[in-house]
Design a protein around this ligand. Structure first.
Ligand code: SF4
Ligand code: SF4
Length: 375
């Protein structure tokens, strides 16, 4: 069955508010009929990514404000949320520095898994993960608007709504301290991969140490030490190492992609049908995830905003559009010689995001056939 995906282009060809991207978002929100999905005074999660200290290319606060306004107009009580990646207090400060706070977005800004990242509820998932720890505020919310900045991703190849639900809907930590029982569980879906290091090649540039989200890497006695028990197998250190001196062994990308779809399904299982809608922002499509300590220049020109209530259709439409766009000069895409007509994200990153969208479709989360309606 074909699902409808609404699209508002990023092009603004007249000096008129109606041609702005903000007005385009408002038109999509009208089409999504929030009033028919939200009961009066219900809490509504607006799940986004707060970015990081150096990753400023997130969904801008003006758009979050418009979503919050639309939820209020529909009778709901919105809250903007994300789950912890660094310590909670510091992550709220990151949100603030990136412009996301109650004054800018017009509603509370929360950590869905609490200040310490371990407020969660265990939810059954599929054969790859078994179960996941869904962040409490997302688990308990009766409705949700998933607001995703679409870009590349180190392991997933593409980060949009499914990754936002999966990695972002799961608690950052577990009360027991066992990373395998929180978000790290997804990273390690391929099994007990381990880090292999080649100290001979290491120049001690310390980039790996700075990007490690778990502080598993430290400098000791003129070399590096990696605490295996702290390592989430996220692969960031491998990604940034210019010398190939650190890498993850036996890491199966397919299992990780299947795990993303499974986790997204588990998060969605906590909502009644029709109570979650998706807004994909194909703006500032940079090659890295928003949790990296920087944001590279965009790979393609701003495309626009996609919206709908079928996560697979919205993701497929976004991915098709990005992968078919013209690569921008002075970007990682042109650094790698990617030409128009080649699929931009997999050609640039060496990892294809399509398998996790396929896996989500196979789990029955939606349809890969879509009808794009420009608003
Ligand atoms: S894979 Fe590397 S960056 Fe990721 S947690 Fe382990 S040591 Fe840190
Ligand atoms: S990024 Fe690579 S070269 Fe730099 S300190 Fe880490 S292992 Fe060594």
């Amino acid at each position: 069955m074909e699902s409808t995906v609404y699209f508002a282009t990023a092009r603004a060809i007249r000096w008129d508010y109606q041609y702005s991207q903000v007005a385009g978002l408002e038109r999509i929100l009208e089409k999504l009929d929030l009033g028919g999905r939200i009961e009066k005074d219900e809490y509504v999660a607006i799940k986004t990514h707060f970015g990081s200290r150096g990753a400023h290319r997130i969904v801008r606060p003006i758009f979050l404000r418009k979503v919050a306004d639309a939820v209020k107009a529909a009778g709901g009580k919105p809250f903007v949320c994300d789950t912890v990646r660094i310590n909670g207090w510091e992550y709220l400060e990151v949100a603030n520095q990136n412009g996301i706070n109650p004054l800018s977005v017009g509603c509370p800004v929360l950590l869905a898994d609490g200040l310490f990242g371990c407020d969660s509820v265990e939810v059954k998932s599929g054969p790859v993960l078994g179960s996941v720890q869904v962040a409490s505020a997302i688990h308990d919310a009766p409705a949700m608007v998933v607001v995703s900045h679409c870009k590349g991703h180190i392991g997933a190849g593409y980060g949009g709504a499914i990754k936002n639900l999966a990695m972002g809907g799961v608690a950052g930590r577990h009360r027991s301290g066992d990373w395998r029982r929180a978000r790290g569980h997804l990273h390690a879906a391929s099994g007990e991969s381990s880090l292999v290091r080649d100290p001979e090649r290491c120049t001690l540039c310390l980039q790996c140490l700075h990007v490690c989200p778990t502080e598993a890497i430290s400098q000791e006695g003129g070399g590096l030490v990696v605490e295996d028990e702290r390592c989430w197998r996220c692969g960031r250190c491998e990604r940034v190492c210019p010398e190939g001196a650190i890498r993850l062994q036996k890491r199966g990308e397919d299992e990780f992609q299947a795990a993303l779809a499974e986790a997204a399904q588990a998060v969605l299982s906590t909502f009644e049908p029709g109570r979650v809608v998706y807004l994909n922002f194909a703006l500032e499509v940079q090659p890295e995830c928003d949790c990296m300590p920087m944001a590279d220049t965009p790979l393609v020109q701003d495309q626009g905003i996609f919206g709908g209530d079928d996560v697979v259709a919205v993701e497929q439409a976004t991915l098709d559009r990005i992968n078919g766009a013209v690569p921008l000069p002075d970007s990682a895409a042109t650094d790698r010689g990617v030409r128009h007509g080649q699929r931009i994200l997999p050609e640039t990153l060496g990892v294809d995001g399509q398998p996790h969208v396929d896996a989500a479709a196979a789990l029955g989360l939606g349809s890969q056939r879509y009808r794009l309606v420009e608003v």
